[in-house]
Design a protein around this ligand. Structure first.
Ligand code: ATP
Ligand code: MG
Length: 679
């Protein structure tokens, strides 16, 4: 019996009756489907605590969330709210589908036909490998229209994640690539072989191999048998492969709880399939369905607006919610003259709320795409307001960070050719052809020290010995103490970085951060895995011991804001073209998803919501066609929505000002002409 045997479950009284019903649900499938802020995540966290309190060993619980941070927070919440301590919730298997897949595949690498030292490539590397194969096959050599590497990877990924054949994927999502169907097939099959030869997996493979493992009865029994309960948050954003994995896991035990909201499904571009949540009762027969009706997050006026907003959706299953938090300010829609005045408005409001006692980290600025906060970031820096940005370009995508990690990767898996290529490119005097020869040489012996037996071109000799020495040291260091290995790499790489990139000082700090992170790991493999699969969203994610009194504003893409809440939310650039994004207005389905994005953004607000849009906006259409454009307010902020809001304007008096639209067009044209000289 556990120490919790006498728990009288008083702590469940924090929840309303419907939530409690979900928490104490017995065996069998359970679906909790409800709108934003109704306590789905809280309920799931309490259910984990309840299962532990009732005697389920924590290591027999699998909790799937959209990010590692989300699962950590839920488990902390579960421990804090209940009588089970963090030492217990800490043993729950918690994380993303991909990181759980990685864990399982390491345990069962033999059965999966994988080398035990397989490494995982991120999206950038996968696209690079796709490109290498494409060149080798001579595909689209003289054909500029042949899909680019990221498009090829996108097509491949959609087929895999959506379990769809290539033809329908091309017809539906990439019609301009249809004529290349046969070449793409050849490309993909070679890409798959190449990954197998090199012992590398891409993100999609992690799921695919896991699913394949589960297709055998014996393995489904073995792997599924590890878990008494499987729980999934944000189920509306799972894709077909993920749903199939869950079915495989639960073939011999039907204890599965999923929670989600179809109105918040925003990942169809990653092949997420909202049908998963709608069809759950058919896919898991005997499922109990519980709906929640009360919103605990937002004050009533905000809820009124978000209910009106989502009522524009054509298809929707979750019901409107009500809030007991009746008092509050109506959302404010603010028309700003241009981006600069939008920035000024947002900064002024942030400071005003700050003065009223709402710290910066309880305020968030949300936007549709990473670059939409560029000018605001400059303003915040100028005003000395610290902020952390989530989404957009990830920390790990920065070139210098990838460089450093490549050294760790080739030590871990000496056949990882993309990582080798990256390293060899840094060495002066080595061109692509020599790099290819070196890679063949090294991968043959599957030992990074084999570098030393390759005779480099004369121009590369100076650095060659040093690189060989580095590889020696890294291999000798073994699997443990990754921080020392990072330090050793930095001593080799520092000069190279200073020569290759600007801003060496800031980059050096990033690498110091990685060393700090590494010091929390005992094994290089685990460090690499976490960095690739649950990459930190921003440097702040990995900064060690932030100062206690440090406070910062949150900037985030809407996608990265999923599941979060703040006292004050500013949704900026709420104009047509930005929200909905003009990249996603080809068909009704895309527009519908953009509406759900707007809904996710606005439902993050607890007490204050500001939605701003600039009348004039500097649009980046690509490198050669930047220009100022005149915006329209987002089509989602229709009369009905606006009627529930305060309407305000900022900096628009006396408008139009001294610069006419014509001036902007001229500026744009001149710029384009100058740029296109180098086309
Ligand atoms: P989303 O759809 O945005 O992910 P959600 O349904 O998961 O939202 P939660 O994040 O779990 O909602 O809860 C929203 C807020 O409401 C949180 O601050 C949570 O603590 C609070 N809350 C949930 N249920 C209750 C309750 N029964 N009593 C008081 N507060 C609650
Ligand atoms: Mg949630």
């Amino acid at each position: 019996m556990t120490e919790l045997a006498h728990d009288n479950l008083d702590w469940l009284s924090d929840l309303n009756p419907q939530q409690q019903k979900a928490v104490v649900h017995g065996d069998g499938p359970l679906l909790v489907v409800a709108g934003a802020g109704s306590g789905k995540t809280k309920t799931l966290a309490y259910r984990v605590a309840y299962l532990i309190a009732k005697g389920t060993p924590p290591e027999r619980i699998l909790l799937m969330t959209f990010t590692r941070r989300a699962s950590e927070e839920m488990l902390k919440r579960a421990a804090g709210a209940s009588t089970c301590g963090a030492h217990m919730t800490g043993s729950v298997w918690g994380g993303t589908f991909h990181s759980m897949a990685n864990r399982i595949l390491r345990m069962y690498s033999q059965q999966s036909g994988l080398p035990s030292d397989f490494t995982v490539m991120d999206e950038g590397d996968s696209a690079d490998l796709m490109n290498v194969v494409r060149h080798e096959l001579n595909l689209g050599r003289n054909d500029k229209r042949f899909p680019r590497k990221s498009t090829c990877l996108g097509i491949y990924s959609r087929c895999v994640n959506g379990c769809e054949m290539m033809e329908p994927v091309l017809t539906k999502h990439y019609p301009w690539c249809l004529e290349y169907k046969e070449q793409l097939k050849a490309l993909f099959s070679q890409y798959v072989i190449r990954k197998q030869q090199r012992g590398v997996l891409d993100y999609d493979d992690l799921l695919l191999y896991w699913l394949q493992l589960l297709s055998s009865d014996a393995m489904a029994r073995e792997i599924g048998g590890r878990f008494d309960h499987v729980l999934v948050d944000e189920y509306q954003d799972t894709n077909t492969v993920q749903a199939d994995i869950l079915r495989g896991l639960r073939r011999f035990n039907s204890n599965i709880t999923v929670v989600g909201d179809d109105a918040q499904s925003i990942y169809s571009f990653r092949a997420a399939n909202v049908r998963n949540i709608l069809d759950f009762p058919q896919q898991f027969p005997g499922a109990t369905v519980i709906t929640l009706e009360q919103n605990y997050r937002s004050v009533e006026p905000i809820l009124e607006t978000t209910n009106r907003l989502i009522s524009q959706a054509r298809e929707r299953f979750t019901k409107d919610l009500w809030s007991a938090r009746r008092e509050g300010q109506r959302p404010v829609i603010v028309t700003c003259r241009d981006e600069a005045t939008q920035d000024q408005f947002v900064v002024a409001k942030i400071l005003e709320h700050y003065e009223q006692g709402i710290p910066l980290h309880k305020q968030a600025v949300l936007f549709r795409a990473g670059h939409l906060s560029d000018s605001l970031e400059i303003e915040l820096t100028r005003r000395n307001i610290s902020y952390h940005k989530y989404g957009g370009l990830r920390f790990l995508e920065a070139a210098h960070v990838k460089d450093l990690i490549s050294f760790l990767r080739v030590t871990e898996n000496p056949s990882d050719e993309i990582a080798w290529f990256r390293i060899l490119q840094m060495i002066e005097g080595i061109g692509p052809a020599t790099a290819a020869k070196i890679i063949t040489h090294v991968t043959k012996s599957h030992d990074p020290r084999a570098l030393k037996t390759f005779a480099p071109p004369a121009a590369a000799k100076a650095n060659w010995t040093e690189l060989g020495q580095l590889m020696d040291d890294l291999v000798t260091a073994g699997e443990g103490n990754p921080a020392a290995q990072v330090q050793r790499i930095r001593s080799f790489y520092d000069d190279i970085m200073a020569q290759r990139y600007e801003n060496a000082q800031a980059r050096r700090r990033d690498l110091e951060h990685i060393e700090q992170v590494a010091s929390g790991y005992k094994s290089r493999r685990q460090l690499l895995t976490d960095l690739t699969l649950d990459p930190p969203n921003s440097t702040s994610d990995i900064a060690a011991n932030p100062l206690k009194d440090e406070d910062w504003l949150v900037l985030s893409t809407i996608h990265s804001a999923k599941g979060c809440e703040w006292d004050v939310v500013y949704v900026i650039h709420a104009s047509d073209g930005c929200l909905p994004s003009d990249m996603a207005t080809d068909n009704d389905k895309q527009i519908e998803e953009e509406l759900r994005l707007a809904y996710v953004a606005m439902t993050r607000a607890r007490n204050f919501l500001y939605v701003t849009w600039p009348l004039r906006y500097y649009h980046r259409w690509g490198s050669y066609t930047d220009k100022h454009v005149y915006s329209q307010i987002s089509r989602f902020l229709n009369d009905d929505v606006r009627a529930s809001c305060e309407l305000a304007s900022f900096g628009t008096s006396g408008y139009p000002d001294d610069r006419s639209p014509m001036d902007d067009d001229i500026v744009g044209r001149v710029r384009n002409q100058i740029n296109s000289m180098w086309d």
